[in-house]
Design a protein around this ligand. Sequence first.
Ligand SMILES: [Fe+2]
Length: 312
Amino acid sequence: MQRIVEPLDAHERELWGSQTITLRHNLASLDLFSDGYLAEMIESAAPRSVAIHAEGGSDPSDWPSVSRGTASGAQVLDAVRGGMLWLNLVGISEWDSRFAELADQIFAEFSEQVPGLNIVKRKLGVLVSSPKATVHYHVDVPGQAIWQVRGRKRFIIYPSAEPFLRQTDLEDAVRSATYGVASYQPWYDDYATPHDLEPGKALHWQLNGPHRIENFDELSVSLTSEHWTPDIRRTYAMNYGNGLLRKYGWRPRSTSTSGPAFWGKVGLTAAYRKSGLQNKHGYQRITKHTIDPSTPTGARPLPESEWAPPGA
Ligand SMILES: [Fe+2]
């Protein structure tokens, strides 16, 4: 079978997970990312698996969520091509067999190259976004890579440390109490590393590294991959537990991922999530717009009587 990822060199294998690594891939040669296949995926996806939003203010949780409504897959792509929208085929490797096979192959290639890499959970998504669209400063919780397939974009990565990433912001992101990180300052750019992504290029960056994206003046199609290792899971549980302790008035100081304090946080996290409080306090989006390729943004507001949670 043809390889997807070009082999990493010895340095890249060592730097995996702790520094930004540039990868080369041949995804653009697959028909999985053609307009025809993407339109088919948009139409066959469950509503909750197609997340579309319009550009909004600096807080991504305020960005208008957009429903597909009665638009066909091709009309949705037209709206993205001519408007100002982001479309995410969420977790596509979990509901499309061809993307499931792609995930198997990509992660098998990683595992054979990076010594000791133990990936316990992973999935792929597809991001289709408008020319000139931007993604504000934010942080992702699992290990992540972005694979550029069509169009070009600038991907700007910031150090995964204070003040670029405040511990409380990370804890909030982990607990899904917020969507993204709000504490961006323009001067952070002096300490950032921009990467211009073109088809055939991918990036894998440091766990929880803050980043933002600026599309060039062309439609962008990217694959996103996320993965969990036992270490990433422990970091997640520690941040979740610290976030809960802080919420209830404590000031957690340890970011250790072993020992009794850590295991106490694992227990606390499990109890909290089991209690259902997470969903109650977690971030909820309401869809107030629908796709309309005839408008400049590609979407139009819905009457209030048609507002609904995504996928409803
Ligand atoms: Fe991200």
